[in-house]
Design a protein around this ligand. Structure first.
Ligand code: FAD
Length: 395
């Protein structure tokens, strides 16, 4: 490891690895650090991604695909089923990934592009001089040292400290976090071609339960609740998960447990400052409805890698420049989708179980021609004039 690079990327999740790869491909000298000793492990994810969208970023490799989905089913509180299937729509659905392999492959791609990758290397603070971020203090095997860089990219996930160290407000209120618990279960008879979602106040207040197949009789079964629906005197996500498991998979073996949070706050005010950009969960770029953040993180990582190149090329890494080459670009794309999702989320969290049942029932006969969340929402609005009126801003 040297003590000076063009770009220092903190965190080797999807956001950081894509940022490092993109910047290295542009010819920049890049260091990508990861505090854990194994990239991608432990997993804190249900590992579902949209297929078409993923292909924009990376060539698909069978070694990190656990399930190739053909459709999804959503169950309303009274059990009404909405089914979206590939054979009707002709569109592609999604994959369930093996993130332990996927994240490592992305970091490997960054290394292939020329980035230096270092695990068990934790950022412990930033070097800030004359109001510019100039690098970071790192810790590796008990030794602390400084690494300087023209640009630092903070890709340190939901518990990000990098933004805070740089004076960017990334704080989240309980209502802005989906708190999750998940089991990887084995020895179960799960449809390996469908993912399933269960909604309702008794199952998962302000959130949902998911079953994502992982191949060979395995599945990720998890629950996400809005942070304000759980807490000291309220049931925890794991309590909701256990009661679902008792009913649905009483004999399943649990081979892995996952706990974690997903930001569902919508866009924050600022994701860059002099010499620094935040990407992925660190920049709160996950989807407010689904909590999905892998693809948004990859989008932002790519934009930040390009932005680093453009800013460094002209010798201007000021906030104004980064706002022009990063902040504005992601807000026009991912940021726009996040804004739309937040409006829908804020409407949905106020619906009662009866409303959700009525909505599901209105969609029973709909044959979906495409299978994106947006198409589901569009069908919902068409069938429900009141909802259409409440959310007219989206159309
Ligand atoms: P991360 O993947 O969190 O990577 C950040 C990395 O930074 C980590 O490896 C961390 O160890 C490292 N790091 C942190 N601090 C430091 C430091 N100081 N120094 C060095 N390294 C550091 N999204 C989906 O799209 N689909 C899903 O099905 C899905 N399911 C989910 C289920 C659960 C239970 C949870 C919790 C999340 C889920 N998500 C899902 C969200 C998804 O996991 C994240 O949005 C995604 O991982 C964000 O990528 P990232 O690169 O921004 O952050």
């Amino acid at each position: 490891m040297k003590d000076m690079y063009d770009v220092l990327v903190i965190g080797a999740g999807p956001a950081g690895s894509i940022a490092a790869k993109t910047a290295a491909e542009k010819g920049l000298d890049v260091l990508l650090i990861e505090k854990r000793q194994e990239i991608g492990d432990p997993v804190r994810c249900a590992e579902g991604v949209n297929k078409e969208y993923l292909k924009r970023h990376v060539e698909i490799d069978d070694s990190w695909i656990c399930a190739d989905l053909k459709g999804s089913r959503i169950y309303s509180p009274n059990g009404t089923k909405i089914e979206m299937a590939q054979e009707i729509s002709g569109g592609e659905v999604g994959y369930v990934l093996e993130r332990k392999i996927f994240d490592r492959a992305l970091a490997g791609n960054a290394a292939k592009a020329g980035a230096e990758v270092r695990v068990k290397t934790r950022a412990t603070g930033l070097i800030i001089e004359d109001d510019f971020v100039k690098g970071a203090r790192l810790m590796h095997l008990g030794k602390e040292f400084e690494v300087r860089a023209k640009i630092v990219i903070g890709a340190d996930g939901v518990e990000s400290k990098v933004g805070r160290w740089a004076g960017i407000d990334t704080s989240l209120k309980p209502i802005d976090i989906e708190t999750c618990a998940q089991y990887l279960i084995a020895g179960v008879d799960v449809d390996q071609e469908y993912c399933e979602f269960y909604i309702g106040s008794k199952l998962a207040p302000g959130g949902y339960i998911w079953i994502f197949p992982k191949g060979e009789g395995k599945a990720n079964v998890g629950v996400g609740l809005l942070g304000n629906k759980t807490g000291k005197f309220k049931p925890r996500p794991i309590d909701y998960l256990n009661s679902f498991m008792e009913k649905k998979f009483p004999n399943a073996s649990i081979v892995e447990m996952v706990f974690g949070g997903v930001p569902v706050s919508g866009n924050i005010e600022k994701t860059s400052t002099n010499g620094l950009m935040l990407v992925g969960d660190a920049a709160r770029q996950s989807d407010p409805i689904t909590g999905g953040g892998i693809l948004n993180a990859m989008d932002a990582g790519k934009l930040a890698g390009v932005a680093a190149y453009e800013a460094i090329s002209v010798g201007d890494v000021s906030f104004e420049k980064l706002e022009e080459v990063y902040e504005k670009r992601w807000r026009e794309t991912t940021g726009h989708d996040i804004d739309m999702s937040l409006i829908v989320k804020n409407c949905f969290i106020n619906l009662q179980d009866e409303d959700l049942d009525a909505l599901a029932s209105s969609l029973k006969e709909v044959r979906f021609e495409r299978m994106r969340l947006f198409d589901l929402l569009q069908a919902l609005f068409k069938a429900n004039k009141k909802l259409l009126w409440d959310l007219r801003i989206l159309f």
